[in-house]
Design a protein around this ligand. Structure first.
Ligand SMILES: Cc1ncc(COP(=O)(O)O)c(C=O)c1O
Length: 365
């Protein structure tokens, strides 16, 4: 069953190989280990899920934090000065599913620098750039299933066309991934689903005894990025749903694009909301979150307004360069002003029918 799912993923992306793992972070870990580097720097955008640098550190490599441009693309001018013999890997991230990195330009630039490239498409599954799927430009693409279309709460994959790297990745997975333990996965699932509805005190208590590492001090100290649950292969049931999702993907993409179109239309036709999308509307963008600038109120105020209507706005990343638990383990540059600005002013709107309803309501009140 896992093999069928892998074949379907490879077919979808048009790659030679797809290697399914228990989570996106494990996919990233295996990809990095497949490079067989004993040390070196990995260029990482300064706004990204903290699991990414944490995973890099766990493989013995060092994140080199690079500022973003105001359109979320990587600041290549900074790269010009910072890429040296010790910089071995570039991690491209499509934050919020935005097709912002001029990946082709970046590839040409990096070709003669002998740099390995990982494209983290955790938030950009199905995004096409100039007719080619994001995730297929570099040496490896990393997927994380719980993000866009898959009704999963775990799971990830590596995609690649490189025969040698794929062989290494398969062999690492074989050594590290274990058989799924259904009882454990069910317990995790119930825990995961019930978290939203539990009182704060109970949540705290549960998080402290649960084995899945969350974004906590303890986690950073232990240098762990995974638990048995991340290291377990997907069950047959999960892979079956995965295959079905891929078969329905065209329909899912169209319905997502319709919601995006409606959200844009409300924002652009409103005189009251004072929101400004980071990108002009395009009917082929998928967006994990729609990034909009808030013009005359703080992000927190907006979050509260949404929260009152039952919608949680998460995925607001703090610059990693300000993360006191991580920054001393990274190579830092001088200037991170853009990522600080983006983090403070950009509201990532979820793509849900509920957001359409809330925006309409806020527009008329
Ligand atoms: C860009 C990015 N990469 C990787 C990951 C890790 O994926 P997973 O939660 O499946 O381990 C995340 C998690 O949110 C992410 O946002």
């Amino acid at each position: 069953m896992l093999k069928d799912f892998e074949k379907e993923i490879a077919n979808f992306f048009g790659t030679e190989h797809a290697i399914v793992t228990g989570s996106g972070r494990i996919a990233l870990q295996i990809a990095l280990q497949s490079f067989e580097l004993s040390e070196g720097n990995v260029i990482v955008p300064n706004l990204i899920c903290s699991m990414v640098p944490q995973t890099i550190i766990s493989t013995g490599l060092t994140p080199l934090l690079v500022d973003l441009n105001k359109d979320l693309s990587l600041n290549v001018d900074v790269l010009e000065n910072e890429v040296n013999q010790n910089t071995k890997v570039l991690l491209v991230n499509y934050l919020y599913g935005c097709p912002t990195d001029d990946i082709k330009k970046l590839m040409i630039y990096l070709k003669d620098k002998n740099m390995l490239i990982i494209e983290d498409v955790a938030q950009a599954f199905g995004l096409k750039i100039k007719g080619k799927y994001a995730g297929t430009f570099g040496d490896f693409g990393i997927l994380s299933f719980p993000k866009l279309f898959f009704p999963f709460f775990r799971g990830g994959a590596i995609i690649t066309n490189d025969e040698k790297l794929a062989r290494r990745a398969y062999s690492i997975r074989k050594k590290t991934q274990t058989k799924p333990n259904l009882f454990y996965i069910m317990a995790e699932y119930i825990y995961y689903r019930s978290m939203k509805h539990l009182p704060k005190v109970l949540k705290k208590r549960l998080t402290s005894i649960n084995t899945t590492p969350r974004d906590s001090t303890k986690l950073y100290e232990r240098k762990e990025t995974s638990s048995p649950y991340h290291l377990q292969n997907l069950t047959n049931f999960e892979t079956m749903i995965g295959i079905q999702t891929l078969h329905n993907l065209k329909r899912l993409i169209v319905s997502r694009q319709k919601i995006i179109e409606k959200i844009y239309s409300i924002i652009l036709n409103s005189n009251n909301l004072h929101l400004k999308p980071l990108f002009p509307y395009r009917d082929d963008y998928l967006y994990f979150r729609i990034p909009v600038f808030v013009k005359n109120a703080s992000i927190q105020k907006w979050r509260n307004s949404f929260y009152k209507q039952g919608e949680i706005i998460n995925m607001i990343y703090r610059p990693l360069s300000n993360n006191t638990l991580l920054r001393h383990k990274c190579v830092l540059l001088k200037d991170y002003s853009n990522s600080e600005y983006l983090s403070a002013n950009l509201l990532p709107l979820p793509v849900t029918p509920n957001v359409i309803k809330i925006l309409k309501k806020l527009d008329t009140t």
